[in-house]
Design a protein around this ligand. Structure first.
Ligand code: GDP
Ligand code: MG
Length: 827
């Protein structure tokens, strides 16, 4: 087995290694070391099996030549790539290919095939040298360029790549020969320079050292062996090469050296006979020279018995063994990686599903389609129900949880955010009240006005409700989309047409349901608007609302009154204090320790209230009035039906307020015209044992003549009560204020009831009409729309990309299996 025989094996391995990014086989670098003209280049040439290496009488290696042999197959696309820079073989010169052909003994002179062997220099990228002579010339000029005209050397290597289908991927290094004495313009330390340059290459553990020594020079003078020992003391990567055995003195031989008796080397010494200068000039073919070498050893009296271990062929075999050993060392690693890769690829292949041919039969395809549709439908249902645990996300809410979130958070809070009296000004209410009265005298707080005002407010609930439906719809769309495109659900992506159709069909189904659901929800609001049920058990009712309003007003007045009284008292006291300045009892007269008489601007207080009146009632009356009122409530409470509704007696309260108004005729901040007297048109409805007031209206007597709409109408002056008309609370009389507040409260209460109903009913309706509907109909719809024999082929057409990927996997697996076989053959 020669080095050439290794080519297919190593190349196959190398292919695997590079294509799969396995650990590189990392073949050793062969470096030839030796004194000048000892035959280094000749040895390299023989090893490679070709004499395309540039050489000639004038050429001396003065820069390291790193010769990278790269195997390319003849059908490699790279072979066919010509670049404009390429140097075609000139007819007058021998092309590299021609040269190689000749050296290989091939008789074929011309062919139409593109040249499949060429050289490329690192310093001239993208230029292919097809002509051997050009390569040689380039080496010469490049050597001159860097190393100069004189005989000096340079560490800067010349990198030459030889692409061929006949070579092994090996790197060979031709190094400058060792010289002792500087010649010509050579620097005095030329020996040291050369030495360090050589050492730089051969000290790498990956370097196999071919230490060439010419047999016609005493071995003790061998510089190559000296250097090799320096970097490889155990001699495990040094091969001794004894060249020029044919040039030894007559009667001498190197048998002792070759047998290892002179210099111990683990890998031994191998004697070779290269082509002489004459042979080269005569264009002696390599094969012929190998032949004569063999003959030389076979016929030589000293080497005859040792012939099998001599010669270039044996050297090649030895190197071959070294390389194989090296490869073997790497094999377990490669093998392990290969196995991993095979497993991964098999898994990937399985993920692309069965071969489409497996479902070639109609029944098979029908079953597959049905299976896929069912899987999809189930996924949708599971996602909505939250039972698809395989892809439960912890990052964000999904599926059913999102719908729940929409109901509770989004919808709930958007409803809660609605202001029941939004867009409803006091003026609007008053206008509605007035309008609802028509020309009739206003005796009751008109229910019609409440009815009129609350209906548009209920409409406010429509928009969030509709939005809720839309959000759930969008969420369902998202779920369907997600499942359709789920990476884990490869079956879907495998059939893009089916995927699109599934999406389309379910989208259609969803869209179909969107309209009716929105319509239903809208009609729910409409229903709420259709009849205002003031009998609703949770409705506050006019009576209770009125009582609250009245009570609040009373409290407000009382606190106002009290504070004013206190201020007045203080004023009087301070006056008194001024009069009796020497007296000490003033301090104790102060009703409240917090207020110091000095802090109060007495004159200002004087402007607002009439001190004598207040003073008169200051302590005894005001507190007594309150007390009396309370006791009045207690005594009359159950006798009056007002009390029954209001919980407090409005008449007593009215009387009380009137009494106060008489005591304080000057209006306070809130004007107090004549207190209206409430009169109820009462309807009792016994509702499940609870008595509720059905307020047909609260009549209010004694309107302030100028402000009453009745009087306005009587005067023939109908005011324009429009939006934009200046209106503030002070413009309304007390009765109107009460009415407005009452209506406002009723609206708030009633709106709350409807809001609750809507909040409860809308999600239920959406579930029924949209979500559950989809859940129960999705499978059926898919079958109806897609499960049709004439669609089978189209729907189950596999994605091209997946087909390609599968193909790639199959090919990869094939390569791996082959590689696996190569490896087991090597071992
Ligand atoms: P390098 O300078 O070490 O690379 O040596 P080369 O390979 O260039 O050889 C130098 C000269 O010695 C050439 O003319 C070769 O033909 C000649 N030469 C090399 N090896 C042998 C050999 O084994 N026998 C004979 N007769 N000449 C050889
Ligand atoms: Mg040389």
């Amino acid at each position: 087995m020669s080095l050439q025989d290794l080519i297919p094996v190593v190349n196959k391995l190398q292919d695997i290694v590079t294509s799969t990014q396995l650990a590189d086989i990392d073949l050793p670098v062969l470096a030839v070391v030796g004194s000048q003209s000892c035959g280094k280049l000749s040895v390299l040439e023989n090893i490679v099996g070709k004499d395309f290496l540039p050489r000639g009488t004038g050429i001396v290696t003065r820069r390291p030549l790193v010769l990278q042999l790269i195997h390319v197959n003849k059908d490699d696309p790279a072979v066919l790539e010509y670049s404009p820079l390429d140097v075609p073989a000139t007819s007058s010169e021998v092309s590299l290919e021609e040269h190689l052909r000749r050296s290989n003994g091939s008789t074929r002179s011309h062919s139409n095939e593109p040249p499949s062997e060429w050289g490329e220099f690192l310093h001239i990228p993208n230029k292919r040298f097809y002509d051997f002579n050009d390569i040689r010339k380039e080496i010469e000029s490049e050597t001159l360029r860097i190393a100069g005209q004189n005989k000096g050397i340079s560490r800067l290597p010349i990198n030459l790549k030889i692409y061929s289908h006949k070579v092994l991927n090996l790197t060979l290094v031709d190094l400058p020969g060792l010289t002792k004495i500087p010649i010509g313009d050579q620097p005095t330390d030329i020996e040291r320079q050369t030495r360090s340059l050589i050492l730089e290459y051969i000290q790498k553990p990956n370097c196999i050292i071919l230490a060439v020594s010419p047999a016609n020079v005493d071995l003790v003078n061998s510089e190559s062996l000296k250097l090799a020992r320096q970097v490889d003391p155990t001699g495990k990567r040094t091969v001794g090469v004894l060249s020029k055995l044919d040039l030894m003195d007559q009667g001498t031989n190197a048998l002792d050296i070759l047998k290892g008796n002179v210099y111990p080397l683990k890998l031994g010494f191998i004697g070779v006979v290269n082509r002489s200068q004459q042979d080269i000039q005569d264009n002696k073919l390599l094969d012929d020279s190998l032949q004569s070498e063999q003959q030389f050893f076979a016929n030589h009296p000293a080497y005859r018995s040792f012939a099998s271990k001599c010669g270039t062929r044996y050297l090649s075999l030895t190197l071959n063994k070294i390389l194989m050993n090296h490869i073997r060392e790497r094999l377990p690693d490669i093998k392990a990686k290969l196995n991993t890769l095979m497993g991964q690829t098999e898994q990937e292949l399985a993920s692309y599903g069965d071969y489409p041919s497996l479902v070639d039969s109609k029944e098979g395809r029908a079953a597959l389609l049905l299976n896929l549709m069912t899987k999809f439908a189930n996924s949708v249902v599971n996602s909505v129900e939250g039972t698809s645990f395989d892809d439960v996300s912890i990052k964000e809410l999904c599926g059913g949880a999102r719908i729940y979130y929409i109901y509770n958070e989004v919808f709930g809070s958007s409803l809660a955010a609605i202001n029941p009296t939004q867009n409803l000004s006091v003026k609007d209410i008053r206008t509605a009240i007035r309008n609802s009265l028509g020309p009739r005298p206003s005796l009751f707080v008109p229910e019609l006005a409440f009815d009129l005002l609350v209906k548009p407010q209920i409409k406010l609930l429509e928009e969030p409700s509709r939005r809720c439906v839309e959000l759930v719809y969008e969420e369902l769309m998202k779920i369907v989309h997600l499942i359709c495109n789920a990476g884990s659900n490869l079956d879907m992506t495998r059939y893009p047409k089916l995927q699109a159709k599934l999406m389309e069909t379910v989208s259609d189904l969803l869209r179909e349901r969107l309209g009716p659901t929105i319509k239903y929800v809208e009609s729910m609001i409409e229903i709420q608007q259709a009849y205002i049920n003031t009998n609703h058990p949770n409705f506050v009712g006019a009576a209770k609302a009125m009582a609250t309003v009245v009570e609040e007003r009373r409290r407000q007045r009382e606190t106002e009154l009290q504070s004013r009284m206190r201020i007045a008292t203080l004023k009087i006291l301070s006056k008194h204090h001024k009069e009796t300045e020497s007296s000490d009892d003033t301090e104790t007269e102060l009703p409240n320790g917090h207020i110091d008489s000095k802090d109060i601007d007495i004159d200002q207080v004087d402007d607002e209230i009439k001190p004598p009146v207040v003073h008169k009632h200051k302590r005894s009356d005001s507190s007594r009035t309150l007390h009396t009122h309370k006791s009045d409530l207690a005594s009359h409470g159950h006798e009056s039906y007002f009390n029954y509704f209001f919980g407090k007696d409005p008449i007593m309260h009215q009387q009380h307020l009137q009494a106060q108004a008489q005591l304080n005729p000057t209006p306070f901040k809130f004007p107090l015209p004549q207190e209206p007297t409430l009169q109820f048109n009462n309807n009792f409805i016994n509702n499940g044992g609870n008595v509720h007031a059905d307020v047909k209206g609260l009549s209010l007597e004694d309107r302030a003549p100028s402000q009453s709409p009745v009087s306005e109408q009587e005067n023939g002056h109908v005011p324009h009560l429009e939006h934009g008309e200046e209106s503030n609370l002070n413009e309304l009389n007390e009765r109107e204020q009460l009415e407005c507040e009452l209506i406002r409260r009723l609206i708030v209460s009633y709106f709350g009831i409807v809001r609750e109903i809507v909040q409860d009913q809308v999600p239920k309706s959406i579930m029924c009409l949209l979500v559950n509907y989809i859940k129960t109909h999705i499978q059926n719809r898919l079958v109806v729309k897609l499960y049709n024999e004439k669609y089978f082929d189209e729907l189950l057409q596999e994605d091209e990309l997946i087909q390609m990927e599968r193909e790639k996997c199959i090919n990869l697996l094939k390569t791996y299996r082959e590689a696996s076989k190569v490896i087991s053959d090597v071992v």
